[in-house]
Design a protein around this ligand. Sequence first.
Ligand code: HEC
Length: 293
Amino acid sequence: MMKPFKSIFIAIVAVVLLNACSPAGGENTGSEYMADMAHSIAYESNVYTYYHYNTWDSASTFKRKAFSNPNLPVHGTIPRGYAGLYYATGPEAQKAMMEHLHGMNAINAISVPLNGNVPYYYADTNEDRARATAEIISNPFPITDEGLARAKVLYNTFCGICHGEKGDGLGYLVSDENKNAKYPAQPANLLDSAFVNSSNGRYYHAIMYGLNTMGAYPDKLSFEERWQVIHYVRSLQAASKNLIYSEKANTLNPQFGVPGSVVQAAAKQVSDAAEQPAEGATDTQEQQHGGGH
Ligand code: HEC
C-alpha cells in the first residue's frame, strides 16, 4: 500500500533537485552544489552589485566600490599622445624638443604627438584659486590668428552670453535687451583692471571650476581650447585699451602670451585633431615593437 507513495515521493524530490540545478541562462544565475571554485569571480567593472553575483560569503575585505567604478588614472599620468608644450624660442630648441617628444632621444622612448593636455593639480578651493593665479603664468600656446578665430566662436558660445561679446560683463543673460533677464549674479567684467592685471591662472582656474553661480567648463573646452579662449579674452582686453594682442605683437603684457610670429610653432596642427607622429618616430617605434602592431 505504501509503495506507490514512496515512488511518487522520490520522483518529486528528483524533479525538485533537477530543477534546482537547472543551468544558468538569461537573468537566472542557476544553482550549484558546492559551488566554491567551480568558476572564477568575474570582475564586472561597471556593475555596482557585481560582488553579490559572484561570491558566496558575506565576509570580504574588499569594498565593492573599489572594483565596480571606472578608476581615475594614476595621479600625474599624462595620457599617451598628450603633451602640453607648443612652441620653442628658436629652431635649434624646437628641433631638440621635437626629437625628444617624438622619442628620438632613446631607443625605448615613447613618441608623444603634440595634441596637448596636462593634468590639473589645483582643487576647487579659494587657496588653490590663489595658488593657480600665482603659479600658472604663461599660456602654453602661441597667439595665432587661427587660434583667436576659433576661440572667438568658443568664447561667444560658452562665455559671451554672460560676460558679453566684448568681455564687459554685459552678456545677453543679464542685458537690458533681454526682457526676461533673471540671471541672479553679475558676471565678472573681464575688462576691469583687476582682471586685466591678473595672471592667466585665474582664468584657467575659473574655466576648470567656475565660481559661485558660474558653472565649470572643462568638459566643454579641451585643454587647448581653454587656452585659446584665454588668449581671446586677452585680445578683448587689449582691444578695450587700444593695445595689440595678436599673432604679430602683444603690447598688453608680454607675460600673457607669445605672438606666434616670434616663435617657431612646434606643432603646426595644434587643434585636437589627431596629429601624426613624425616619420622618424614611427620608424623608431616599429623597430621597438619588431615591425609594428
Ligand atoms: C552663466 C553665466 C556665465 C558663463 C556662461 C560664464 N561665466 Fe564666468 N562668471 C560668471 C559670474 C556670475 C561670475 C562672477 C562669480 C563671482 O564672483 O561670484 C564669473 C566669473 C568669472 C571669472 C572671474 C573669476 C575670479 O577669479 O574672480 C572669470 C575669469 C570668468 N568668469 C571666465 C569665464 C569664461 C572664460 C567663461 C567661458 C568658458 C565663462 N566665464 C562663462 C558667469 C558666467
